[in-house]
Structure formats: C-alpha cells, structure tokens
Design a protein. Structure first.
Length: 495
C-alpha cells in the first residue's frame, strides 16, 4: 500500500500496516509532522468541551486511548492535572461537576487520578484573581506531538516501511490493476514512479487538494479548514498544573506549563480559506488569547510576554456545522473503487489522541481488499524508546545523569523525555561532540539526521526538539552551517 501524508495519521497507519506484514510506502511533501500534527495544543485528552456537543463516542474513544498511549510512549506522554475554575457568570458548578463525572467514567480510567474539588484560595489559585474561590481538578496528559509522529515513522521503518520525506505526489492513476504513483523527490530534484494495490490519502488540510490535483477529481470538497492559533509566553505561574478557562463566547482556552520556562496558551477556532501553508496567527487571535487569559489571571497577560506563536489548520470533516468550534472533531474514512480496481481510502479529520484507533479502522478496511495479515498490536508494543514503565521516567533520568555526568540537569530531562531508552544508543560520556548551545550536541544532531529524517536546522529546533525557543540567530546559523557541511558525510553513512 502507499500512504500520502507524513502526519500522525499517515505515520500511525504505516506503523500498523508494516507491523502486520504489508509492504508500505509513505510520502510526505515536507518534513514529518510539519503540518497540522505539530501545531496542536500538545495534549492527549478526551476533549472535555466535546461533551457539550454530544460527541460521546469521540470522547469515550479518546479517553480510552489516553492510558494506552501513555503506556507505549511514557517518555513523550505524561499525565497532567488541569484546574477548571468555577466562573459564577458562566456554567454552573453542578454542570461542571456532572461533566467531569462523565469524563472520569466514560473511558474506563485506571491509572490517571480522578477529579477532585480544589480550593482556589490556596496555592493552586494564587495566580488567579481573588474572585475565583472554587474549582475542579481533573486528569489528562501532555504529549510532544511532533515526536509522536516521528516515533511512529521510526517504528514503521524498523518493520520495513519506506518513509520518504520531502517527496511530493504529483500524480496517482489507476493502470493495469494497480495505482501508478508519480513522485517528485525535492532533495534530489528527480521524479520516479512506484506502484501499489491500495492508496491511502491522509494529507491533512491538503487531502482535498490531493484528490483534485493528483487524482484529477476537480469537484472534491470534503473538509472544512479551521485555523487554530497558540501563543507561548514567559512562564505565567510557578506550579505544575494547567488551567482550562471558560469564556463568555462558550469557548475554552488552556494555559499549560511548557518547556520548563514558558506557558502555552491556546487555542482559537476560526474558518480558514487559502493555502494551509500560509496560516499565521492574526492580531485578532492574539488579542483574543491575551484577553481570555487576562480574564482569570491577577496580572494581565501582555503582548510583551509573548516569545513565540504558531498557527495551524485543522482539516475537519465538513458536517455543515454553523460555527467552526462546533464542527465535529471525529474522523471520517471513505473507500472508493470497485472491487475489480485498486481502491483509495481518503481520511478526513481526526485528533492526535485517536490516531491509533483511526489506524486500526483503516487497516480493517484495507484487509477487506487485500486480505488480513495480522491482528491488532499497536496498543501493546512500545514506540521507540518507550520500553520502560510509566512510572520509570525519573529512574531513566537518574541513570543518564550518572552515566554522562557532563550533561546539565535540564539537558538530562530533555533527552530522557524526548528519546527514552534510545538515549543509550547515542549519548555516551566523552563522545558528545560539538556543543551548539542549550544542551544540543553533535551526537544528537547525527542521530536525528541518520535516524529521524531531519534535514534542516528548523527540523531539529522546532520539531525534533523545541530548542528554537532558546536558540538565538547566531546559534541557529551555526547549526545550519554545520548541517550543510556534513550533508555528504551523512548521505554516505546512510548508504
């Protein structure tokens, strides 16, 4: 089979399929996770607000997945407690408690802590305005979204999948009982053709464009593009909880401790028209997030607090909802093609949290055409680096600190939480190489290029790590120059 799209859905499908014994190819026109999958709110969560839109099935599946994903990737997925202050002018306290009761019980929670009432006159409410006295605290989890994508791709490749980055699908046509797929390798400036019996189009916000251009179906219109933007500020408070704030317009925002020294604030919801690659936060979105957070915090959040912002486009299935925030977040899968011709599956929508469930459903549909080659397995096998207990992260950090004492504590935490047990493969005492700053050493850069498809400084600083928040211009230029100079060496090593 051949998969178009190197986001979380494409890489998740590739992992599942390769593990069942299928021959798999995947093409991503840019870097892995360079689209919607790296512009999320960085959460594995059930979607508390979706209960108000009666999406109980979506919430239930997402809640069930939290602990499954935590179990297979305890390095990049970790529990996070959320505080929901009661706002007297908005939803009543009894309604909040009812919603959280459902949230606790819909998905069969086992390891995550249950909801509790929290006194906001104590430490957990210290950053908030004095008018907030009572709240509720519940569990979800945080995730490094781009690393989740890359780790799925790595496991797929280890099981035989061919992962092709910076490779664009120019054309896909049916011929002699197969798909003939023309690819353009943008690194080598060459085109070539591969064949497959089954085509999977999970191009995210470009899924309709792929149907229109590569497949020649000009009338395709299946998705509703919804822009979501976030701001990252200097740390707004000292404790380790996230907040979920209700707004008068019925929407919610999160404020989440992020990369130790920052706070992530988001998200927005507004319809988008244009090329998803051009999405950028607007002045109105920035002001919305600042105002929504300032409604709760004692110290207003100001534009000068912002250190970074990002914006992405979600490819939601167009269900005719009147408002962007009401459009379904569930996925829709459509298989096209008569039984005597090669089929295509087009995937619309979906969430980070339910990518593995989506992948299993895709494989069920593929098996009906190509025949079954294995059973469900992805929920039991850890992702690369995740082969340790969910409570074993601290021990892994201690091991790394002892074995490589020249690393500072911040770098130890970052490496353990990004690579898990894989750090043993490339982080060794006395063999770290050049120091590019903020704990990024040559040994890690080599690993990312040779094992994780990184090609540019941006790939490393903003997707494989989040060190772009700390690197200055000179440091970025030094890394980029190093990667340019080492390109031939890396290519030779890969061959």
């Amino acid at each position: 089979m051949f998969i178009i799209g190197g986001g979380i859905n494409g890489c998740g499908i590739a992992r599942d399929a390769a593990g069942r014994g299928y021959r798999v190819g995947l093409a991503e026109m840019n870097d892995l996770a360079s689209g919607t999958s790296s512009w999320s709110t960085k959460l594995v969560h059930g979607g508390l607000r979706y209960l108000e839109h009666y999406e109980f099935s979506l919430v239930r599946h997402a809640l069930m997945e939290r602990e499954v994903l935590w179990g297979i990737a305890p390095h990049i997925i970790r529990p996070l407690r959320f505080i929901l202050p009661h706002h007297s002018g908005l939803r009543p306290a009894w309604l909040l408690r009812l919603g959280l009761f459902l949230y606790d019980h819909l998905g069969g929670r086992k390891k995550l802590r249950a909801t509790t009432t929290v006194d906001l006159d104590g430490p957990m409410g210290a950053p908030l305005k004095d008018e907030f006295h009572k709240g509720f605290e519940y569990s979800d989890a945080r995730v490094d979204d781009a690393r989740l994508v890359v780790l799925n791709a790595r496991d797929a490749a280890a099981r035989g999948a061919d992962i092709m980055v910076r490779t664009k699908v120019i054309e896909a046509r049916r011929e002699a009982g197969l798909w003939q797929i023309t690819l353009a390798d943008q690194d080598d400036d060459r085109t070539y053709t591969v064949s497959a019996r089954f085509l999977v189009n999970v191009g995210g916000p470009w899924v309709d464009a792929i149907i229109q251009t590569a497949m020649g179906q000009n009338e395709a219109h299946n998705i509703r593009l919804v822009q979501g933007s976030h701001i990252v500020t200097r740390k707004l408070y000292d404790h380790d909880r996230a907040y979920i704030f209700q707004n008068a317009d019925g929407r919610i925002i999160f404020t989440i401790p992020y990369e130790e020294d920052f706070t992530l604030v988001g998200t927005t919801d507004q319809d988008f028209d244009g090329d998803p690659a051009d999405a950028a936060i607007t002045g109105a979105e920035t002001q919305y997030l600042l105002s929504a957070a300032s409604e709760y915090f004692k110290r207003p959040v100001a534009p000068d607090d912002i250190v970074w912002s990002y914006s992405g486009v979600r490819p939601l299935f167009d269900d005719g909802a009147s408002k962007a925030q009401e459009a379904t977040r569930d996925y829709v899968l459509k298989v096209e093609g008569d039984k005597d011709e090669p089929a295509v599956l087009n995937g619309f929508g979906g969430k980070i949290t339910t990518y593995r469930v989506l992948s299993e459903e895709v494989l069920e549909k593929i098996e009906r055409r190509l025949g079954a080659r294995g059973s469900r397995w992805t929920g039991d096998k850890p992702l690369p680096g995740g082969d340790f207990p969910v409570d074993g992260l601290a021990a892994l950090e201690e091991e790394l600190q002892r074995s490589v004492p020249e690393l500072d504590a911040r770098t130890v935490r970052r490496l353990a939480r990004g690579y898990g047990t894989d750090i043993r493969k490339f982080i060794r005492p006395g063999a770290l190489g050049l120091d590019f700053g903020h704990g990024l050493y040559e040994a890690e850069v080599d690993w990312l290029v040779l094992n994780e498809w990184a090609r540019t400084a941006e790939d490393i600083l903003w997707r494989r790590t989040k060190l772009g928040l700390r690197f200055d211009g000179d440091q970025q230029s030094r890394l980029a120059e190093h990667m340019k100079n080492r390109k031939a060496d890396w290519r030779k090593a890969a061959e």
